[in-house]
Design a protein around this ligand. Structure first.
Ligand code: ATP
Length: 186
């Protein structure tokens, strides 16, 4: 069974994608499934290199050690099939009315979801000023922050909603309400 709505979240490192999508999950509970495109990438990588998958998936230094290698490897895979990780992530998802994809990074990610789920899609861009992102642990890294996985959607302009999660952000309640309103608009 397909979901009733799929929300695609995008945003740069440490803008708060996990933070906001985790809070949405708390609000929606059993109605909602969080999908991470990075999940099939990380589980493959963990298996191949005998790494701790939970650590790779969590918000810590551990994943930063492997980010560059994972980007390179996953880009090679995408050259053969741009939707391979989107497809794998969705195949692993459970049957819930709301899917929240927390880490859309490329135009081709949006393309794949549109091709496969069309009118169910809503897109959200999270923004945060660089100072705030730095306070949250962001450090510019060449090969990570200046490549397509981080910048591929900088020029995308068709977001259904843009949420500021930087120093001028609204309250969490208002941020979440704006997402709820978007979902209810479908
Ligand atoms: N609105 C907020 N209020 C308080 N803390 C926040 C807020 N948004 C994010 N944070 C904190 O900032 C840190 C980074 O956020 P998060 O991990 O959600 O970013 P991300 O966009 O998922 O990053 P990455 O791309 O590196 O996975 C976390 O410790 C998170 O708790």
């Amino acid at each position: 069974m397909t979901p009733k709505v799929i929300i695609l979240f995008s945003g740069k490192r440490k803008c708060g994608k996990d933070f906001l999508t985790d809070h949405l999950k708390t609000r929606f509970g059993d109605e909602c499934e969080i999908i991470k495109i990075s999940q099939p990438i990380k589980s493959h990588w963990a298996k191949e290199k005998c790494l701790n998958l939970d650590e790779l998936l969590s918000d810590g230094e551990y994943k930063e050690q492997y980010r560059l290698d994972m980007i390179k490897w996953s880009d090679e895979m995408r050259e053969h099939d741009y939707g391979c990780f989107c497809k794998a992530a969705c195949q692993n998802a459970t049957d819930k009315p709301i899917w929240i994809v927390s880490d859309i990074r490329r135009q081709t990610d949006i393309q794949w979801f549109k091709e496969n789920y069309g009118h169910l899609i809503k897109t959200i861009r999270l923004k945060a000023d660089e100072e705030t992102r730095k306070e949250r642990g962001f450090k510019f890294k060449s090969g990570v922050d200046d490549v397509v996985s981080e910048c591929g959607l900088d020029d995308y302009s068709e977001w259904d909603l843009i949420i500021d999660n930087g120093k001028n952000r609204k309250t969490l309640d208002k941020q979440l309400s704006s997402v709820m309103a978007l979902i209810n608009s479908l």
